[in-house]
Design a protein around this ligand. Structure first.
Ligand SMILES: Nc1nc2c(c(=O)[nH]1)N[C@H]1C(S)=C(S)[C@@H](COP(=O)(O)OP(=O)(O)OC[C@H]3O[C@@H](n4cnc5c(=O)[nH]c(N)nc54)[C@H](O)[C@@H]3O)O[C@H]1N2
Ligand SMILES: Nc1nc2c(c(=O)[nH]1)N[C@H]1C(S)=C(S)[C@@H](COP(=O)(O)OP(=O)(O)OC[C@H]3O[C@@H](n4cnc5c(=O)[nH]c(N)nc54)[C@H](O)[C@@H]3O)O[C@H]1N2
Ligand SMILES: [Mo]
Length: 760
């Protein structure tokens, strides 16, 4: 079993020497020191390669080193000297590897050869690309189109994504679940209803004009560290930053830029949050309801005193819809209920509202702490309501800023990766490629899981990612996976999804983005879209990990050629030989955003897509920005009334990228040596009569006939609100019932899972 965890509260700033030490450690451990010069020269630089870690914006005027500790880690792990080749697979059976940790699996390094699962020996064996595609193609031809799922994780380029969605549609379905179904799908559902666009409105340059930042449920120091540069600059103008997070995440507290010699030498950090509030998990609707209520009270007062109004009445009148109903709901909600649900006092919420009211232009930043709840959509829409009250959308320095996950997850949606037929220009595709695209909605991630559990799926193609490990309901999903006829995983490293096999299983190894990709027409570039809707080119600079790798566009093209009837309008092989041709296709199908695409590849800072809400054009049902009424004050499945039921947030540590675990150091939270921990408020622990540091079993607090538990979690007394627990993802995924997802978006509700603690 795993080691015991240690906990020493971390009082150092984010960034600073701690991040430099971690960088040195990981570059050495992955034997990737030789990649350092390119990291400084090319990483996130125009003409270089775009980081494969988070999706945060890449500035037009980059810092000398435009990478963070975690981006560097991702790169060292991509460019590691370790290899997982046929000899490795010859030494280990799949049953044995199923006992390995996520860390141990990926730490073996890069996959080098295409591999096929051999049931007789229970091992993966080398297979030629030709044989692999022939068998996969023949199997795909034998299934009904609805029984195949084309999953995609958010790292692959716009070119790969475009080809992949066309493959699915030519095959005959819209079964294109994407990692974003587990992530910001809530954003993609909530924002169009409110402001008529599925993405954020904030551009990097807006930070220079903002007068206040509100942050909800995002862990900047770990998950988008380069955003700290903008936050630091904002703080140097003395702009307030108001943070709501059940945990005091170090990144929101204090930062030293490793780029600044003076700050490094004097060890003098920038304070980030000026006000930090710790609501209960799932308490944000109530938090924002309280702030809105306070704003109405301030506005009443300003009216009485004949001062400037607190509400932007002109904006509300000209640009919004539904204000009166919203006002009625807010005024009618009782302060006591609000404080109870939020886990914060009325005074605290009035104080936060006052800071907001005093600022002219406000940016609201958020992450998984808002999206991954039953009422995640209401969370996001409530944040929009708050912005609309003071006209904080569609002006410089103001707007909504969802911090996206994978480096191209937003872009994949932009070029047609969606299970929702209405969101995709199918008519344009039908005309250009002369076929009849499927018009029925496909399966999203949760629905794909449901259909796999129902035995309705024959084939699963995973273009990147670690689906089995990332989804909820681990035990049932792993068991059901074995009923698939075909499981194909396009991957860079070995992970658990490769080991939970179907009847026929393949691992198809591919290049990583920083690697040189040479095709028939010469070296290729690929493109991605960042969190702020800017499109960047990425040029590989490193030698590929193995000569047997195929690029993702090649793999998609070969799959298509093996599985589909030839179509003269879709020259797969030419496209895979020259990605500029794919960009021409993207420009033809999505002319608005991608006109003249191939000539705009190396714009410093990327070129932004045109987002109507940025210009106060509202493409909603009413033609206005809509105030949307929240359905309840609690965002979670369980209102937390039963004293033994606690709400579990499943989180990332500072030493992981999703299911890729880099190590056991959650440095910024002071937790080391093990990930099998549970952060708990000492009062809860004592109330439940459990000893300090005890190991416990955590069980899902639901009564649906399915037992779900995770054993051997070590309790750590932590600064966390009563009633809220925190543990790590993916270890705790076994506790999340598949049916606990966000209303409307179906994003698994991974942030307020009702659980009970039992003695281990
Ligand atoms: N280094 C690194 N970078 C990453 C990733 C990674 O794993 N590692 N993952 C990438 C991906 S795919 C994504 S989606 C993003 C995820 O980045 P984040 O959105 O930061 O996601 P989480 O790590 O899940 O952390 C969510 C934060 O929300 C807080 N929170 C939880 N519940 C609530 C709540 O009810 N209310 C409030 N107000 N706060 C809450 C948690 O304490 C935590 O600080 O990061 C991306 N970037
Ligand atoms: N409980 C809980 N569950 C969650 C979350 C949570 O907060 N809590 N977060 C959810 C979120 S936000 C997300 S986005 C999902 C993540 O779900 P996924 O995107 O499916 O998972 P990752 O861990 O990002 O995938 C890692 C694997 O991708 C492969 N890979 C890496 N780079 C490349 C590449 O360039 N090409 C290809 N083809 N493969 C590559 C490697 O083999 C690696 O093992 O998990 C979700 N699950
Ligand atoms: Mo994500």
């Amino acid at each position: 079993m795993s080691d015991r965890a240690t906990f020493t509260p971390y009082d150092q700033p984010t960034g600073g020497w701690g991040s430099v030490k971690s960088l040195v450690k990981h570059s050495t451990e992955q034997k990737a020191l030789s990649t350092l010069p390119a990291l400084v020269r090319d990483h996130n630089k125009t003409g270089g390669y775009m980081c494969t870690s988070c999706a945060w914006a890449k500035p037009g005027k980059p810092h000398m080193a435009e990478f963070c500790e975690n981006g560097a880690k991702a790169t060292f792990w991509d460019l590691t000297s370790n290899r997982t080749g046929p000899e490795f697979f010859a030494r280990h059976t799949v049953s044995e590897l199923l006992g390995w940790s996520d860390f141990d699996l990926e730490n073996q390094g890069r996959l080098t050869h295409p591999m096929r699962y051999d049931r007789a020996t229970d091992k993966y064996v080398e297979v030629s690309w030709d044989a692999a595609f022939a068998d996969i193609g023949a199997r795909l031809q034998s299934y009904t189109p609805e029984s195949v799922v084309f999953y995609m994780s958010g790292r692959a380029s716009l070119e790969t994504s475009f080809m992949y969605q066309l493959l699915a549609r030519l095959y005959g379905n819209n079964n294109l679940p994407d990692s974003s179904n587990m992530c910001h799908e809530t954003t993609s559902v909530a924002l169009p209803q409110s402001i008529g666009t599925p993405v954020g409105t904030v551009l990097l340059e807006h930070f220079a004009h903002t007068d206040c930042i509100l942050s909800f449920g995002q862990n900047v120091g770990t998950n988008a560290p380069r955003l700290l540069h903008s936050l630091q600059e904002v703080r140097e103008r003395d702009v307030p930053i108001v943070v709501f997070n059940p945990l005091r995440e170090r990144g929101w507290e204090s930062f030293i830029s490793p780029q600044r010699v003076g700050q490094m030498l004097t060890n003098s950090p920038t304070q980030i949050a000026t006000q930090y509030y710790q609501p209960r998990a799932g308490g944000d609707i109530a938090v924002m309801m309280g702030m809105a209520k306070a704003l109405f009270a301030f506005d009443d007062e300003s009216k009485r005193a004949g001062c400037e109004r607190v509400l932007d009445v002109d904006f509300i009148e000209a640009h919004t819809h539904g204000f009166d109903e919203f006002e009625q709901q807010v005024r009618g909600t009782d302060w006591h209920e609000i404080a109870q649900a939020a886990g914060l006092t009325r005074g605290a919420l009035e104080e936060a509202a006052l800071t907001y009211a005093n600022a002219r232009s406000v940016i609201a930043i958020y992450g998984m702490g808002l999206t991954q709840h039953r009422l995640g959509v209401d969370n996001v829409q409530m944040l929009i309501n708050l912005l609309l009250m003071r006209g904080n959308i569609g002006r410089p320095g103001a707007g909504i800023c969802p911090v996206r996950g994978h480096s191209n997850v937003q872009g994949q949606r932009t070029v047609g990766i969606s299970e929702k037929a209405e969101l995709v220009p199918l008519d344009a595709m039908a005309e250009r490629y002369q076929f009849a695209p499927p018009r029925k909605d496909g399966l999203n991630t949760v629905e794909a899981c449901e259909e796999i559990l129902n035995g309705k799926i024959s084939g699963f193609i995973g273009l990147g990612g670690n689906f089995v490990r990332a989804v909820p309901e681990t035990e049932l999903m792993e068991a059901a996976w074995r009923g698939l006829d075909l499981s194909v995983q396009v991957a860079t490293k070995l992970n658990r999804s490769h080991l939970v096999t179907g009847h026929a299983s393949y691992i198809l190894p591919t290049l990583v983005r920083p690697e040189i990709d040479v095709q028939a027409s010469g070296p290729q570039i690929v493109t991605i879209e960042d969190s702020t809707t800017c499109i960047h080119a990425s040029h590989g600079v490193h030698k590929p990990a193995s000569e047997h790798l195929l690029s993702e566009p090649q793999i998609v093209a070969r799959l298509a050629m093996a599985a589909l009837k030839a179509n003269p309008k879709v020259p797969w092989s030419e496209w895979a030989g020259n990605y500029a041709l794919v960009r021409d296709e993207i420009a033809a199908i999505f002319p608005g955003d991608f006109v003249n695409f191939n000539n705009r590849l190396n714009v410093p800072g990327g070129f932004p897509r045109q987002i109507p809400a940025r210009e106060r054009v509202w493409e909603t049902d009413t033609g206005k920005a809509n105030f949307k009424l929240p359905r309840a004050l609690h965002a979670s499945f369980d209102a937390g009334d039963e004293p033994d039921v606690l709400r579990l947030m499943t989180l990332r540590s500072n030493d992981q990228f999703n299911t890729t675990i880099y190590g056991m150091a959650d440095r910024l939270r002071g937790i080391h040596a093990s990930r099998m921990v549970l952060m708990i408020n000492a009062n809860d622990r004592q109330r439940l009569g459990i000893a300090k540091d005890a190991s416990v079993r955590l069980c899902a607090a639901v009564d649906d006939g399915i037992a779900r538990s995770v054993d051997g979690l070590q309790l750590i007394d932590y600064d966390i609100p009563e009633g809220t627990l925190a543990g790590y993802y993916p270890e705790c995924n076994a506790l999340i019932p598949l049916w606990q997802f966000a209303d409307e978006s179906k994003t698994p509700a991974a942030k307020s899972v009702p659980v009970k603690i039992e003695a281990s």
